[in-house]
Design a protein around this ligand. Structure first.
Ligand code: ZN
Length: 513
């Protein structure tokens, strides 16, 4: 008998390794605040920052500079026109004295309390410029502006999440990212560049940059789990596996016998003559024969498992759905520091919609704001260089569907209308609907002394953009005659369609006299 220990290595042209992944959908009605708000750091009073570090990492694995990714009211400051210039940073609202966090590990390049603002007519502000590195090894410079109480000097190392300074009297942090080391006009402090500069002076949208360039972190997967298959007699030829089953041949007597074993459950069976052994998957499974005198082999399952849960898969239009992706190996051990890609598809092909990094528990938090019904999934691709014994293959979750529901405002009516008189009902729908479309049904109910009974359904036609509303809101107006006196109420309803989930709006009470 030969004494050998052999590994069957992956062959080119083998099976696709993207195998079915479990996907769990949790519809949690009490969704609570969006994830971005959960990142918010506690505000501290004016004066020295008391917090010593950011509460937790956010999108891309970065510690966001003021502890939140919610830039409401300051959301459009990137490339905001200011005279002949555009603003080349994200302004992040925070009260004076709020701590400013280092987004990742880095080295301070410039630290000055005397820089005089960020562009034409600039306001006061010290600043720090820190060199950070992405997971892909790209270095970039981050400008933290309008700060005071600078805690680090040029040349010093900062750790991810460390408090580097506090927001000064400008009540916001001016945060810019410049990936290139060459500044077009030699000004590394600039907050505004001429509109005519197509390259924005090398400054990039800092929010989208952080979300699409994850933070460098150590990828630390556990070893590929090995399942041992002991055989009665030494296997003949090369054992193999496919889709959760191992296959091998033994020849205890004159006849060759083929066995099949369920790798998860352990159940073993003998294949009948004529049963076909499927093409074996040498990418996902690594086989090694046991050393004699033991007979058998081990099966290494290189496919990670991804479970994605969604806190609310029918968010209100304009709100984000929060996804939790958990990446483990076949034995349930987490893959830490793994880069996950959120992908979305609304019709065409899958496109990248965000990036996350798994923590020590193998969990990455992701968020997506669907404009209409959109499929999402999460994909994992291992780094090009993998630790010995922990070489995993790519994995992708099953797709889930996110279906926003429209926002229906409370209908506006007079509080009292004469019986038989014309009642005008107006309301709003977001997002904007085509004018003339019967996008909303108005349901009128009357209280008969015991229950609310539906008396009328009226189709309301969309008019134009609602007065006083934003460009994303449409209005409708309907005229109805209600003859029966009493207590009435009306609400808008919208059935599900190809793009949106079914929605009912709040009731509006009124009286018919
Ligand atoms: Zn600014």
């Amino acid at each position: 008998m030969t004494r050998h220990r052999r590994t069957i290595v992956a062959r080119t042209g083998a099976l696709s390794s993207l195998i079915l992944i479990a996907l769990a959908l949790l519809a949690l009605a009490a969704a609570g605040a969006p994830a971005s708000r959960a990142l918010a750091a506690p505000l501290v009073a004016a004066g020295p920052a008391r917090a010593s570090a950011a509460p937790q990492a956010g999108s891309g694995g970065w510690f966001w500079p003021v502890g939140t990714e919610d830039f409401s009211g300051w959301g459009d400051s990137w490339l905001e026109p200011r005279g002949a210039y555009v603003h080349v940073a994200q302004d992040m609202h925070a009260a004076a004295g709020h701590p400013v966090y280092a987004i990742g590990d880095g080295t301070v390049w410039i630290s000055r309390a005397d820089t005089g603002g960020y562009g034409p007519g600039g306001s006061p502000g010290g600043c720090m410029i820190i060199v950070h590195t992405t997971a892909a090894g790209e270095q970039f410079r981050a400008l933290y502006g309008h700060i005071s109480g600078l805690r680090f000097k040029a040349g010093q190392h900062v750790t991810a999440g460390a408090v580097i300074a506090t927001v000064n009297g400008c009540d916001h942090l001016h945060f810019g990212i410049h990936p290139s080391t060459v500044y077009r006009d030699g000004n590394m402090y600039e907050g505004h560049v001429p509109k005519t500069w197509a390259d924005h002076g090398g400054w990039v949208d800092p929010v989208s940059f952080l979300k699409t360039h994850p933070r460098a972190s150590s990828y630390s997967p556990p070893p590929v789990p090995l399942i041992e298959v002991k055989t009665a007699t030494p296997p003949v030829g090369e054992p193999g596996a496919r889709d959760g089953f191992a296959y091998w041949n033994e020849q205890p007597g004159a006849e060759l016998v083929t066995y099949r074993r369920d790798l998860a459950g352990g159940a073993e069976s003998v294949l009948a003559p004529g049963d076909v052994v499927p093409a074996l998957d040498h990418v996902r499974y690594v086989i090694a024969l046991l050393a004699a005198p033991a007979s058998g082999f081990t099966v290494g399952d290189r496919l990670p498992r991804m479970v994605v849960t969604i806190a609310h898969d029918t968010p209100a239009w304009g709100e984000s759905a929060r996804l939790t992706a958990t990446l483990t190996n076949a034995a349930g051990k987490p893959l830490a520091g793994a880069r996950l890609k959120l992908q979305s598809r609304a019709g065409g092909s899958w496109t990248s919609a965000g990036v996350g990094l798994t923590g020590a528990d193998g969990v990455a938090k992701l968020a997506f704001t669907p404009a209409l019904r959109t499929a999402v999934r999460v994909a994992f691709s291992p780094p090009a260089v993998q630790p010995a014994g922990a070489g995993y293959v790519s994995a992708v979750s099953a797709a889930a569907t996110l279906t926003p529901h429209v926002r229906l405002g409370t209908p506006r009516t007079a509080t009292t209308v004469a019986s038989g008189g014309a009642l005008t009902v107006a309301g709003s729908v977001a997002p904007q609907q085509p004018a003339g479309k019967s996008a909303v049904r108005l349901v009128f109910q009357r209280y008969d002394g015991a229950v609310w009974a539906t008396e009328r359904n009226v189709s309301a036609t969309m008019t134009t953009t609602a007065a006083g509303g934003t460009a994303t809101t449409s209005g409708y107006v309907a005229l109805v005659e209600l003859k029966t006196a009493g207590s009435w109420r009306v609400r808008a309803e919208r059935p599900a369609d190809a793009s949106f989930a079914a929605t009912v709006g709040p009731w509006r009470d009124f009286t018919v006299k």
